[in-house]
Design a protein around this ligand. Structure first.
Ligand SMILES: [Zn+2]
Length: 51
């Protein structure tokens, strides 16, 4: 995944609204698309990357 600034979207996990110009995370183009907020990325993805 990579950090991006998004116009408007919602997190795939907690469905929080992510307003414009807020840091969030989307999957890279070669992966199935989904978007996570910063806190879900930290809690769900970062631990897996550390394994
Ligand atoms: Zn979230």
């Amino acid at each position: 995944m990579e950090p991006k600034v998004w116009d408007y979207n919602e997190c795939a996990l907690c469905c929080v609204k992510i307003p414009a110009m807020t840091l969030c995370y989307v999957t890279k183009p070669d992966q199935p698309y989904f978007l996570l907020c910063d806190s879900c990325y930290e809690s769900q993805i970062t631990p897996k990357l550390a394994q």
